[in-house]
Ligand binder design. Structure first.
Ligand code: LLP
Length: 379
């Protein structure tokens, strides 16, 4: 079960551990939470964690995949996701990536500019296939999350402005090399209130009406991802509130529209933890530092977004509690996992678990400071 990593049994730290039982439980709950009277399709956002074992497990539940590069499309196919359930988004798709998507006959390409649509058409024409295209719309909705993970406001580079949606759809419909699938939104990530999703439903409904007024039928609306998780209490809230999430959409859209979702974090975050060893401790007049062998090269979220991750001392839950800065070995002051964190005071050799690290952890790792890429194990 979760959080029972045996300190005697460790692999070479640092590493990620992915708990398969948690992942399976999360996927089962997700599928059970889908409203039975609606046509809802869930794509797993591969960018959250593309570890092959993780992908294989998710694919085995029949989910689709949401990819943002040719590399992700190839990985998703290799893991067993059906081509016909792969959506491909991304503001900058290379020609060879578009070619791959068209040739593999994926579900749809979410186009983010008119120039991109021209290129998709040209490539599809050359290949002799019709490319399925949805328009990514920038709905100008503030998701009230961290500014680096807000994607749906006018300030962001993503999507086509909503006022241009109808004209761009007409352009796709009139193109013999393209098939118009619908529209796509994604307003941001780690969204913990439902109000931005309600706002998104209202925007989508209005747009759908505008399309209907011009006799354009939307085959589907892709609402993107963004459902947040509880980083503070991962043991208590291991499985996100999928039924609250899907019923928010069901309560604010009509029954006859097919909705797609692209969930990443909510599916994989809580099944993963980063296991790291305390290399040294250091006391200064101001601080108690625990210097661990993982750094922001292994988990960048705290350094990049100031993100909170719960940290547990697996070697001793009993030791005296104390305030401690848990820092990595990288030569940058931002290499800090936690500041003034109350924890059983770590000592050299202790093993710490950084929780809720299954999403945007291993995938964002780098080799800065010539550090080897960290491994992820599924257990
Ligand atoms: N669809 C699109 C078009 C996206 O851009 C994203 C995430 C998702 C779906 C999945 O969103 P999720 O369900 O995971 O919230 N590295 C950041 C998160 C970046 C999210 C980027 N886009 C972090 O560590 O918090």
């Amino acid at each position: 079960m979760l959080y029972q990593e045996n300190p005697q049994n460790l692999k070479r730290t640092p590493y990620y551990i992915y708990h398969k039982d948690i992942l399976c439980q999360t996927l089962e709950t997700l599928l059970q939470s889908l409203p039975p009277d609606r046509k809802y399709v869930v794509h797993y956002a591969v960018k959250a964690n593309d570890n092959i074992e993780v992908l294989k497990c998710i694919a085995s539940y029949g989910l689709g995949a949401d990819c943002v590069s040719g590399g992700e499309i190839e990985k998703a196919l290799k893991a067993g996701f059906e081509a016909g359930k792969i959506a491909y988004a991304g503001v900058g798709k290379r020609d060879d990536e578009i070619e791959l998507a068209v040739e593999k006959q994926i579900f749809c390409l979410n186009a983010e500019s008119e120039q991109e649509i021209d290129v998709i058409s040209e490539i599809a024409g050359k290949i002799g296939l019709t490319a399925p295209v949805a328009i990514r719309i920038n709905p100008n909705i503030d998701a009230h999350t961290h500014k680096n993970i807000t994607t749906g406001t006018e300030e962001n580079k993503f999507g086509i402005p909503i006022d241009e949606a109808v004209r761009v759809a007409q352009r796709i419909i009139n193109d013999p090399h393209l098939r118009f699938i619908g529209v796509h939104f994604h307003i941001g990530s780690q969204i913990t209130q439902y109000s931005p999703f309600i706002e998104l439903c209202n925007t989508a409904n209005k747009l759908r009406q505008e399309f209907a007024d011009r006799n354009i039928k939307l085959g589907m609306i892709d609402m993107g991802g963004g459902l947040g998780i509880d980083y503070e209490n991962p043991e208590k809230n291991t499985i996100p509130d999928f039924s609250g999430y899907f019923s928010t959409f069901a309560n604010h859209t009509s029954k006859d529209i097919e909705l797609h979702f692209e969930l990443g974090r909510s599916i994989v975050a809580q099944m993963g933890e980063l296991i790291t060893r305390v290399l040294f401790t250091k006391t200064t007049p101001h601080k108690y530092f625990a210097i661990v062998d993982a750094g922001f090269t292994d988990l960048i979220r705290p350094a990049l977004y100031g993100a909170y991750h719960k940290i547990v001392n697996l070697s001793s839950e009993e030791r005296t509690l104390g305030k401690c800065d848990i820092v990595g070995p990288i030569c940058e002051s931002s290499d800090v996992f936690a500041k003034d964190r109350e924890i059983p005071l770590p000592q050299r050799g202790d093993i710490l678990a950084i929780r809720s690290a299954g999403a945007y952890g291993e995938v964002m790792a780098s080799t800065y400071n010539a550090r080897p890429l960290i491994k992820g194990y599924m257990e």
